[in-house]
Design a binder for this molecule. Structure first.
Ligand code: ZN
Length: 404
């Protein structure tokens, strides 16, 4: 696997048409009218979901050794919740509830406070599932548990382990349980702490906010600027703090690589990674959101340019959400939701059909990596199932645990 990605030789656009026999099974899928493709994606997603449940939950004796959404049982629970949202299948909701309970036990006393890798995610989804199931006592229990989470003094600011990841859990609760479940003043106060920290490492005269995680000034969605700015746009910030967010995004656009890709960290000059975690895909999602929040065409243009990089270099040799084809497909879905431009929906469809048609075969042949945790949500096939489900209703789609 010398190169990190497959050259993209997919057609630039294909008009959907009934009954076309094209040059390959992949091309046949691209011609398929959307409702027919949806049937195939739904079937594939539900088969994958059953496989993921078997591998990550049943085979482990229904125990949550790893309670995280990233690689652990909580990721399976999150996929089951998505499946329930799409199909209204109550048994998925019941199983989701069972797994979240195990994750609740496993995450007691955890020092981590985020949605993706910490206890806030477990309590937040627990509350939402309890509400869906009509279990008031359980809802109160999870909301109380969420409020008992203490922010450690040395907490970082990034998404996977830091303040931004906690704020994301707050936004998730407010969306699904109701505005004000976590008061906007509580969220603003954490947002202000983030801004305060960011100002300390600011680059005078050019970048108003900068952060460090384990000594690196990351730019990407998982540990750096893109993820932190993304979450801050959901917080009710003071106008001057919003200017810091805007200024930071302008700095990133002005200092991207000549190719249009983004460095994984400040001063890192190797143009290599096109991942959600590091590189153009994560930044593109943030810029798309900025275009919407600030109503600024400059952000939309930069997002579209980042999406071009993802189209050309984003067919990665991995299937997952964090650094795989599934995650990269969300860049096009996000731009499609904002602009209504069907060529973005086509690009999302092309990446999805590539996975549907070829992923299993390429993995079996050793040409594609199955991920260190092959059935997990962020590294493995659960992420692919999540994307397939989202593709059945693109207007309701959202990068898991990132786009609220
Ligand atoms: Zn990654």
């Amino acid at each position: 696997m010398a190169n990190r990605f497959f050259p993209n030789d997919l057609p630039e656009f294909v008009e959907e048409k009934e009954g076309v026999v094209a040059q390959s099974t992949l091309h046949n899928l691209l011609y398929l009218p959307y409702p027919k493709l949806t049937d195939k994606l739904l079937k594939a997603a539900l088969d994958l979901k059953d496989k993921v449940v078997k591998e990550t939950w049943v085979r482990s004796g229904r125990r949550a050794k790893d309670y995280t959404l990233y690689t652990g049982a909580f990721g399976t629970a999150f996929l089951l919740f998505k499946s329930y949202q799409v199909t209204s299948n109550r048994s998925d909701l019941g199983l989701c509830n069972e797994i979240v309970r195990a994750c609740d036990q496993a995450s007691q006393g955890s020092p981590f406070v985020t949605f993706i890798c910490g206890r806030a995610g477990v309590c937040a989804l627990g509350a939402v599932v309890a509400k869906e199931a009509g279990d008031e006592d359980l809802l109160s229990y999870y909301l109380r548990s969420f409020r008992e989470i203490k922010m450690p003094g040395d907490v970082p600011n990034e998404l996977l382990y830091g303040r931004a990841g906690y704020l994301w859990a707050c936004s998730f609760l407010n969306k699904h349980i109701g505005e004000g479940t976590i008061p906007s003043t509580d969220m603003s106060s954490i947002g202000e702490d983030i801004i305060l920290d960011g100002k300390r490492l600011a680059i005078k005269g050019s970048c108003p906010l900068m952060f460090e995680w384990y000594g690196e000034k990351y730019w990407g969605a998982a540990h750096g600027l893109a993820g932190i700015m993304h979450v801050l746009m959901d917080v009710n910030l003071k106008p001057e703090d919003l200017e810091y967010v805007k200024g930071t995004l302008h700095y990133m656009i002005q200092n991207r690589f000549p190719s249009g890709n983004y460095p994984s960290s400040e001063g890192f000059d190797t143009d290599r990674l096109v991942h959600w975690c590091h590189g153009a895909p994560g930044v593109a999602l943030t810029l798309t959101k900025a275009a919407q929040v600030f109503q600024d065409k400059l952000f939309l243009k930069a997002a579209a340019e980042a999406a071009d990089v993802v189209w050309n270099r984003g067919l990665l040799k991995r299937v997952g959400i964090c650094h795989g084809v599934s995650g990269n497909a969300y860049v096009f879905l996000s731009l499609y939701r904002l602009t209504g431009n069907v060529s973005y929906l086509y690009q999302a469809k092309a990446f999805t059909c590539f996975l549907l048609d070829r992923a299993n075969k390429l993995i079996a042949e050793g040409k594609m990596h199955s991920g260190d945790h092959p059935c997990s949500l962020f590294e493995g096939q659960a992420g692919m199932a999540y994307l397939f489900l989202d593709m059945t209703t693109p207007s309701q789609s959202g990068f898991p645990a990132y786009e609220v």
